[in-house]
Design a binder for this molecule. Structure first.
Ligand code: 3EB
Length: 325
């Protein structure tokens, strides 16, 4: 069985125009609805740059089962599961315990459903660079995530998911994960210190994520889930302007892809890239640079968002695919 596919649709699809039986996740970047009736719909409060309205559609080759468990929305197809959770911040300084609770609930639901391996996580919450009681909120988030993941995974580092942590414009901690029955393979970037080994100047608890995770599905097919990648060399942020940060980021992406290619069972091609921009840039020139560095295969989505280090202006995450699909 081939794995699920992820594509961008640059138009708002009606639920009934989608193959609802096989829909694993529908991710939209817009004002969240008060209630989402379908647990597979995930709305992230970020503004898309450019004139398009894009939806991210995860489609399974087989019928999915969807539901909610202890506040966690999920869908699974026998091979992979998408799970997501939104928690209200009951106090501005409670992000750390709230994050730990969120991860514990996601891990517990994934376990119960039979998908104990978290391959990829998306973390969204507001005011990511704001200080709260002397601690930047991103660092509070990192401490909570570390607490939950380290408790769960004894020799945690090799099994950390690929991830991104992004600032939104609306209250609420939103975390989604991709989970599987079998683990993926950790891929690190030789140009960068692994985030889980960052020195303490970036926070008392290092960020618990892998640069990328390679997952084989069946005999030949594989996915590479690429974490948010930015203008960081070693552990230090580089450059002060957008263009040079973009070039450094693209070099990091190419390096990561080459590193993954050494262990991938088939040639990898980038299929999707999500570009988070701190300021409202015109995406057209950025798109041209990205296409000329990485090729025109990948579909691009540009979002106006805060990035977890104040000095970073751009961050790119995405997915590459190997095999027939
Ligand atoms: C970095 O490389 C930039 O904390 O989950 C990128 C991807 C970043 C994921 C996370 C943070 C995270 O450190 C920031």
């Amino acid at each position: 069985m081939p794995p699920f596919t992820v594509t961008y649709r640059h138009a708002t699809p009606e639920m009934d125009a989608l193959d609802a039986e096989r829909l694993l996740a529908l991710i939209q970047f817009c004002e969240p609805a008060v209630t989402d009736l379908d647990p597979r719909i995930c709305r992230i409060p970020l503004i898309e740059l450019g004139a398009t309205v894009t939806s991210e559609v995860w489609l399974s080759p087989s019928p999915v089962r969807a539901g909610t468990m202890n506040g966690v929305g999920y869908a699974e197809d026998g091979e992979a599961a998408f799970l997501h959770l939104q928690l209200d911040e009951y106090a501005q300084d409670a992000l750390q315990p709230l994050t730990a609770v969120a991860y514990r609930r996601l891990l517990a639901a994934a376990h119960t459903l039979g998908y104990p391996h978290i391959l990829r996580a998306w973390n969204y919450f507001p005011e990511i660079n704001q200080e709260c009681v002397g601690l930047e909120r991103y660092r509070a988030f990192c401490a909570g995530r570390h607490q939950a993941l380290m408790a769960e995974l004894a020799d945690c580092a090799p099994h950390l998911p690929a991830a991104c942590a992004i600032g939104t414009y609306r209250p609420g901690l939103r975390i989604s994960v991709l989970a599987a029955r079998q683990p993926g393979i950790q891929i690190e970037n030789p140009r960068q210190v692994s985030a889980f080994h960052y020195p303490p100047q970036y926070g008392r608890r290092s960020p618990s994520f892998s640069r990328a995770v390679l997952k084989t599905w069946g005999q030949r097919d594989c996915h590479l889930y690429i974490s948010g990648t930015a203008s960081i060399v070693g552990h230090a942020s580089q450059h002060h302007d957008l263009r040079t940060q973009l070039d450094e980021t693209l070099l990091n992406l190419e390096t990561l892809l080459a590193e993954a290619q050494r262990v991938a069972p088939a040639p990898l091609r980038l299929t999707l890239l999500k570009v988070y921009c701190r300021h409202e840039f015109n995406p057209a020139p950025l798109r041209a640079s990205i296409v000329s560095a990485l090729g025109a295969d990948a579909d691009l989505l540009f979002l106006h968002a805060d990035i977890c280090r104040r000095e970073l202006l751009i961050e790119i995450e995405g997915m590459a695919v190997g095999g027939d699909r």
